[in-house]
Design a protein around this ligand. Structure first.
Ligand code: TXA
Ligand code: MG
Length: 338
């Protein structure tokens, strides 16, 4: 199959909507990461998404809507959801609620809940509106690869597997949406993102974070979200995270780097000079900058065949949870506190 990589002109958006309506797949930009979209109500389109990504069939998809109006077709909308929707949609917040029969079991991997999100990116919303349906879209990477934050990343993974990729430039956020479970009494964050626990709690009074967000699953513990049990974002090289007091972090990373072959350091821009002539790439001085750069850097490490990656970590806080969750998983939880 030839894969067209194209700017999202109105003509191409209409073509993309035709592809979705006919049960085909389209790569498209959102404000978080690129999505691999297909008609969420069409079982064979949904199966094609799993096939194109090589995704395990037990890992459910997020259903994307152009606005909240038609949401009752997909799920039983709770009062808590209504508050969060008016505060954070369109935006990087995915909500889990009881699904309706319109949503096929393949889309939710047999679960009784469905994940729904209204993306803020104008191209994503236009595509959903033009297609006249709901768009199931996981991140548009091959399963196990970092999520794509540019159309070139999507092309690298999906070339020959899907007919079209809409190029909307680099994604603004850079990590995937917050996934928040609303099926219990209190909202629970299953995957942290740009909409943080504190932001949710300030709207609805309370919000918990699933325990396994910052540690590996314990023996016999089931994953709060199926996606969390699968290996994620793993670079080919070995990633080690070092965090703590600035000088100790720099000393530790410098020492580890000097002992390793074919290594690279991911650090804050303001600290590059502290690592002297060692090879460094800019992760960022703030969690927000790091969110923006992380997945691109992990792909670059793979492309350059880097064997050892040493990254500066951030102290645990409401702001840093999203990027540290991704980094910890990419490092298989190899975190050194100094
Ligand atoms: O930012 C995003 O959310 C991107 C863009 C494209 O919207 N999408 C995305 O989808 O990251 P994906 O499939 O890569 O991640 C969805 C996560 C997975 O960890 C999945 O297990 C979880 O959401 N999930 C989806 N439906 C669920 C459900 N019914 N119950 C529990 N977890 C669910
Ligand atoms: Mg994904």
């Amino acid at each position: 199959m030839d894969t067209i990589l194209t700017p999202p002109s109105e003509e191409m958006l209409l073509k993309a909507a035709d592809i979705i309506r006919a049960g085909g797949l389209v790569g498209f930009p959102t404000e978080t990461v690129y999505g691999l979209g297909g008609d969420a109500t069409n079982e064979s389109a949904v199966r094609a998404i799993f096939h194109a990504k090589g995704r395990p069939a037990d890992n459910p998809l997020i259903v994307h809507v152009a606005d909240a109006e038609k949401l009752p077709m997909l799920c039983r909308v709770t009062q808590t959801a209504e508050r969060l929707i008016s505060a954070f949609w369109p935006g990087p917040l995915t909500l889990l609620m009881q699904k309706t029969p319109l949503v096929p079991d393949v889309t939710t991997a047999g679960l009784a809940s469905v994940a729904v999100r209204c993306p803020a990116h104008p191209i994503a919303r236009r595509l959903i509106a033009l297609s006249g349906t709901f768009i199931a879209a996981p991140s548009a990477n091959l399963s196990g690869r970092p999520s794509p934050t540019t159309a070139a990343h999507v092309y690298a993974d999906m070339k020959g597997r899907i007919p079209m990729i809409l190029d909307g430039g680099a994604c603004q956020v850079g990590v995937e949406s917050t996934v928040c479970d609303l099926t219990g009494d209190v909202p629970v964050i299953l995957r942290p993102g740009a909409v943080t626990r504190d932001m949710i709690a300030s709207e609805v009074g309370d919000c918990l974070v699933a325990g396994s967000v910052m540690r590996p699953l314990r023996e016999g513990e089931s994953a709060p979200s199926p996606g969390m049990k699968h290996r994620h974002y793993a670079p080919k090289g070995k990633l080690t995270i070092v965090r703590g007091e600035k000088k100790r972090v720099i000393d530790t990373i410098s020492r580890l780097y000097d002992q390793a072959d074919n290594a690279c350091i991911l650090c804050g821009e303001s600290r590059i000079k502290c690592y002297r002539n060692r090879i460094c790439r800019i992760l960022g001085d703030t969690p927000e900058e790091a969110e923006n750069h992380l997945f691109t850097l992990l792909r670059e490490m793979d492309d350059r065949g880097i064997a050892h990656i040493f990254a500066e970590g951030f102290a645990e806080s409401d702001d840093s949870l999203a990027v540290m969750n991704r980094m910890a998983r990419a490092a298989a939880f190899d975190i050194i506190d100094v």
